[in-house]
Design a protein around this ligand. Sequence first.
Ligand SMILES: Cc1cc2nc3c(=O)[nH]c(=O)nc-3n(C[C@H](O)[C@H](O)[C@H](O)COP(=O)(O)OP(=O)(O)OC[C@H]3O[C@@H](n4cnc5c(N)ncnc54)[C@H](O)[C@@H]3O)c2cc1C
Length: 455
Amino acid sequence: MAWQVVIAGGGFGGFYAAQALERLLPAQSAHVTLVNEANFLLYTPLLPGAAGATLDPRHVVVPLRSQLRCSDVVIGKVTGADLARCALGVQRIDGELLELHYDQLIVALGSVSRTLPIPGLAEHATGLKSLSDATALRNQLLSCLDIAESLEDPARRTEYLGFVFVGAGYAGVEGLAELQDFAVQAIAMYPRCRAHGMRWVLVEARERIMQEVPASLSEFAEDELRGRGIEVRTDTTLSAVTERGATLSEGETIPARMVVWTAGVKPSPVVSRLGLPLDRDGRVMVDRTMRVQAPVEDAPSATDAPSATHAPSATDAPSAADLARVWAIGDCAAVPDASRPGRSCPPTAQHAIRQGRLVARNVASTLRGGQPRAFRYRTKGVVAELGRNKAVAITLGIRWRGFPAWLIARTYHLLLMPGFGRRLRLLVDWNVALVFGRDSSSPGRLGSPTPLEHD
Ligand SMILES: Cc1cc2nc3c(=O)[nH]c(=O)nc-3n(C[C@H](O)[C@H](O)[C@H](O)COP(=O)(O)OP(=O)(O)OC[C@H]3O[C@@H](n4cnc5c(N)ncnc54)[C@H](O)[C@@H]3O)c2cc1C
């Protein structure tokens, strides 16, 4: 009988694990099933480009079936797991409940936006984590311009021309830079708005933006944003959000109809329903080989500071044998970082991809009676686009800024995007936007058909 390998989550970690398993295990000896909510891998580093209208939203995804040759792709939601029976609970896209039985399970369920109990945040702010978020932000921006243009009262117009981003990691900085660039281009078609002017504000709780890059590059990025008239508020937090504005810790309320929250991630909520041991941040505790680890007293924290762990109670705790069949990777796992002892790997695609490939090798070698290998990876570089053909980047220790960094960033994404056809789509979109500008149509109702009316 063929071994059953089930992968929960088809993002960077899960997709690359499935691709590697197809190479490592002959189809007659193993059956790989990948479960994902959508039928595509979302290439998140290009989400700001989709929000800022340089890329068609459909071109920042990779259809899973087009790249996986012999894995079984199940579109549905993972709902839970029975570890003792080696069964993963799934609600398929048609609503049917399934149980997928496994010999080996890889958990790669990724993360969602991490929110804080800030009044009005959940009701009035938007994240930048999914394709719907990116499309919604693009539409929201254009709606704000359309509404502002139609208003006679300048005071009311101000709030539709105010845009606040909270959280200045690469997602926040890239998202703001792309959307602001888009708005600067689009506003040429809105004479009243152009005369009134826009206000863009980036709020960051820490002392500098983009903690992922060295201070010299973050200073370059900050100067670049300020040079475009963007207000950068460091050492500042968000206190409240309403439909009409964002209040900052300094007490100022910025009139704004669009508030974007990009202040960190937490594991997908379903991870807590799998019965696996979790660290304080809710990530699955794994050892260096990415195999799920039974919790031990004083286990190393998954975060930078020591933290407590919580695991299922003794009565419902899974046995060591149950856990030995389960692996976890990517944003939802606390994989020990060999390059930073005592800390776990940061939530990045470059880590998830490499963890996906190695976990596939480890699963294959475990099934054949071999030993799994430890995950070792040192971040090789970072790229962050700033719009206007500028970026900051580090590659193999060399720091780049401005146009050369932008070229490196685009080449990097082009090479990393799976599939020749998908790369070509990116190239075409980028070049069309360079020559003809960004597309300022607002495809708000795409995917929602007009209801048919009764005669
Ligand atoms: C805007 C933005 C820009 C970024 N830029 C970069 C960058 O430039 N470089 C970089 O290295 N990293 C970047 N990242 C981080 C990177 O996207 C993540 O670290 C990476 O996606 C993690 O991979 P993963 O496989 O753990 O999770 P994901 O890629 O998020 O995949 C998880 C998958 O699980 C699925 N899923 C979740 N819950 C369920 C469920 N209940 N049932 C079924 N399926 C489920 C999801 O739909 C998703 O497909 C960026 C992130 C964002 C949001």
